[in-house]
Design a protein around this ligand. Structure first.
Ligand SMILES: *[C@@H]1O[C@H](CO)[C@@H](O)[C@H](O)[C@H]1NC(C)=O
Ligand SMILES: *[C@@H]1O[C@H](CO)[C@@H](O)[C@H](O)[C@H]1NC(C)=O
Length: 280
């Protein structure tokens, strides 16, 4: 691997668990619809007829564990999408996505996930959640190291995308990514495939964020600098961890509603290669 991990004496990072979101995050668009509240401990994104809004991390990462507590738009959120994702720039970009598709009151959100490497996505997996994500804050984590990408919800792994690059599946590991999050309108596809339109009389729609944490390798000017703490997880995989695998099995058996690796209509000629390499 052509990566340079530098963490010499001058390396002064620590795992950042801080309540001051302003240290880590910039509100990037939305003309005032995104705001930091309560001494920057709480971030609110808003969506109305005029625009949605979004924020991004100040740092870029080349392998990271990023986590945030999110409370989604309550009530009739049909047609709204709240996102939380890492992405690199450019045409052959890498991306790791959480997208929360709203619904009419009392009907379940869909948690939509995807992984792009070198510009290629089409790796959607979707889930219902085992709780009401609008009633309280829950923890959503993107874990991205040299061995795999894992999506966690409240510390439960729901999806793993392994590094099978040695078997010919490209894996995000050469491009730095930044965290982005947004609240926007997507009523042409989000809810029941676009059947439920957004109800603007409910606007402004609002999602709340707090307690951001980031750890890993930070990317500055072409160099990657890893926190001392990240040594403990940068090379780890959970192939042999029975507890994590059984939690993931629980989430997938009970809450997964779509898996591209099972969609024969969409891939009549055969599934993407990684679908055959996952052996559990
Ligand atoms: C919305 O609710 C309907 C009915 O329960 C369900 O079929 C659908 O999966 C839910 N979620 C979205 C985002 O459409
Ligand atoms: C913030 O998140 C960390 C884990 O990232 C957790 O240990 C801590 O309890 C959380 N704090 C609050 C106030 O929720």
């Amino acid at each position: 691997m052509k990566l340079l991990f530098i963490c010499a004496v001058f390396c002064s990072f620590h795992v950042s668990l801080a309540n001051d979101l302003f240290k880590f995050i910039d509100i990037s668009w939305g003309d005032g619809r995104g705001q930091m509240l309560n001494n920057n401990e709480l971030l609110m994104l808003g969506l109305d007829r005029g625009s949605g809004s979004g924020f991004q991390s100040k740092n870029e990462y080349l392998f990271a564990k990023v986590q945030m507590h999110i409370k989604l738009v309550p009530g009739n959120s049909a047609g709204t999408v709240t996102t939380f994702f890492l992405t690199s720039k450019g045409e052959y970009h890498d991306e790791i996505d959480f997208e929360f598709l709203g619904n009419t009151s009392g009907n379940p959100y869909i948690l939509h996930t995807n992984v792009f490497s070198q510009g290629v996505g089409n790796r959607e997996m979707q889930f219902y959640l085992w709780f009401d994500p609008t009633a309280d804050f829950h923890t959503y984590t993107i874990f991205w190291n040299t061995q795999h990408i894992v999506f966690y919800v409240d510390e439960i792994p729901i999806r793993e995308f392994k590094n099978f690059e040695d078997k010919g599946v490209s894996f995000p590991q050469y491009q730095a990514m930044r965290l982005h999050s947004s609240l926007w309108e997507a009523d042409d596809w989000a809810t029941r495939g676009g059947l439920e339109k957004i109800d603007w009389s409910q606007a402004p729609f609002r999602a709340y964020y707090k307690n951001f944490s980031e750890d890993g390798c930070f990317w500055f000017n072409g160099y990657s600098s890893c926190t001392p703490n990240s040594n403990s997880w940068l090379w780890a995989n959970f192939d042999y961890e029975y507890a994590k695998k059984s939690q993931m099995k629980w989430a997938q058996d009970n809450y997964m509603i779509y898996n591209y690796c099972q969609d024969t209509k969409r891939f009549p000629q055969g599934f993407p290669l990684e679908c055959y390499l996952n052996t559990y």
